[in-house]
Design a protein around this ligand. Structure first.
Ligand code: AMP
Ligand code: MG
Length: 343
C-alpha cells in the first residue's frame, strides 16, 4: 500500500495524554497546561506530584525565551540584532549559545541550516502570511543579504552586515525544550512531556516506568502512521506541510528553504523526524535533513551519528536509523508500507 502523493505526517502527542486535567484532586492523573507562544501551540504535561505553579513557571520561561528570539517583537534581542545597521549588539547567554550552535550546525550540515535566510523568507511572504512567488530579480537581491560568514559573534556581542536579518525559527523550539526541561527538573519534575510546536521532549519515562508513546501522524486523514517509544529524549519533526502555499498550478511551496537556491527545499522528503537527547540538535537537524534529502542525511549520520531519524519520502517510503528499529511500530493501516533501516 502506497502513501498517497500528499500524505502529510506530523508528530503529535495523540495517545496517553488525552484526558489530562489540571485540577487539584489529581489522584495520580497528570496535570497539563496549554498555551500559545513562539507562534505555536504548546503543552506541558507533568506526571509528578509537584505544585501546579510549576506549570506556570514553564509557561513563563517559554514567554521569556520568545521575548528574546521573536523576529517581530521590537523589544527582542533578535529584533535588535536585525535592526542594528552593522553595529554590535549585546545579547544574552541563551541567545549567544543558540546562535553559536546554529553556526556550528551550519558547518556540519554543509550550509543546509542557515539562520540568515530571513530576507528571503520575507520575499516569499512566509513571515507575513502574504505568500507569493518572488521574481528572479528579487530573489537574487535577497540572497545577497544572506551568508553566515557575515555574522560575527564574540561571547555576548553580535554584529552582522547592515540589511542582514537572522531568524532562529529552525532551532528555537528545540532549544526551548531543553531549557524548559532543565527548569522543570530543577523544580523536582522527573516524568513529563513538553510539546512545543513540532518539538516534543520527554523528561524521564511514564510513572509506571514504560516509555512514552509518540504518534507519528498523517494529518491529512487524521490517523497515525505509527508510534515511537521514547524516554528521556526529544522528537522533532519538520515538513513543508506545516506551512506552505499553493501556486496557480497547484504546486506546493513550503516554508523550509534551500539556502543554496533561496527556494523551497525539494529534496524528495515530505517529513523528517529526528530523535535524540538534545532538543536543539534534533530541531536543527530536522530542518537541515529536510533540505539535504535522503543520501546527504545518511552521510551526515555516518559521519556524526548521535541521533536517530525517521524519514518519509514523497514516494511513501520510510527510512529509519538503526536505533529506532525496535522503537517505532507502524500502525495496522500502514503495516505494508516499505520500511528501510539504515545502519
Ligand atoms: P522547523 O519547523 O524547525 O523545520 O523550522 C522551519 C523554520 O525555519 C521556517 O519557518 C523558517 O523560519 C526557518 N527556515 C526555513 N528554511 C531554513 C533553513 N534552511 N535553515 C534555517 N532556518 C530555516
Ligand atoms: Mg528545526
Amino acid at each position: 500500500m502506497k502513501i498517497p502523493k500528499f500524505f502529510i505526517p506530523a508528530v503529535v502527542l495523540a495517545l496517553f495524554l488525552a484526558g489530562c486535567s489540571s485540577d487539584t484532586s489529581r489522584k495520580g492523573e497528570p496535570m497539563k497546561k496549554d498555551f500559545f507562544a513562539m507562534d505555536t501551540y504548546n503543552t506541558v504535561t507533568i506526571y509528578d506530584d509537584v505544585p501546579e505553579s510549576v506549570l506556570d513557571v514553564a509557561e513563563k520561561r517559554m514567554e521569556e525565551l520568545e521575548s528574546l528570539w521573536s523576529v517581530t517583537d521590537k523589544d527582542s534581542e533578535v529584533y535588535a540584532v536585525n535592526h542594528a545597521n552593522g553595529e554590535p549588539v549585546t545579547i544574552s547567554e541563551e541567545t549567544a549559545e543558540l546562535i553559536q550552535f546554529s553556526l556550528d550546525m551550519a558547518e556540519k550540515t554543509e550550509g543546509a541550516l542557515d539562520i540568515s535566510l530571513y530576507p528571503v523568507l520575507t520575499a516569499w511572504g512566509f513571515t507575513t502570511g502574504k505568500t507569493q512567488i518572488p521574481s528572479e530579480e528579487t530573489l537574487a537581491e535577497k540572497m545577497e543579504l544572506t551568508g553566515l560568514e557575515k555574522i560575527f559573534l564574540s561571547e555576548d556581542s553580535l554584529s552582522m552586515q547592515p540589511d542582514m536579518q537572522i531568524d532562529l525559527g529552525a532551532v528555537a523550539k528545540g532549544y526551548a525544550c531543553d531549557l524548559l526541561a532543565q527548569q522543570l527538573k530543577g523544580d523536582g519534575v522527573t516524568s513529563a512531556i513538553l510539546s512545543l510546536g513540532g518539538s516534543v521532549c520527554a523528561i524521564g519515562s511514564k510513572p509506571d516506568g514504560n516509555d512514552f508513546k509518540i504518534s507519528v501522524q498523517n494529518p491529512e486523514y487524521g490517523d497515525s502512521l505509527g508510534l515511537l517509544s521514547i524516554s528521556d529524549s526529544c522528537v522533532v519533526t519538520s515538513g513543508a506541510y506545516e506551512r506552505y502555499f499553493e501556486g496557480e498550478n497547484g504546486k506546493r511551496y513550503g516554508h523550509i528553504l534551500s539556502p543554496s537556491t533561496g527556494r523551497p527545499a525539494e529534496s524528495g522528503l515530505v517529513s523528517v523526524t529526528v530523535v535524540g537527547k538534545e532538543g536543539k540538535l534534533c530541531d536543527a537537524l530536522s530542518t537541515a535533513f529536510f533540505v539535504m534529502g535522503l543520501s546527504a542525511t545518511e552521510e551526515y549520520f555516518r559521519t556524526y551519528g548521535g541521533i536517530d531519524f525517521l524519514l518519509i519520502t514523497e514516494d511513501g517510503e520510510i527510512y529509519l536509523s538503526d536505533g529506532l528499529k525496535d522503537k517505532f511500530t507502524l500502525s495496522e493501516t500502514y503495516k505494508n508500507l516499505p520500511l528501510y533501516v539504515m545502519k
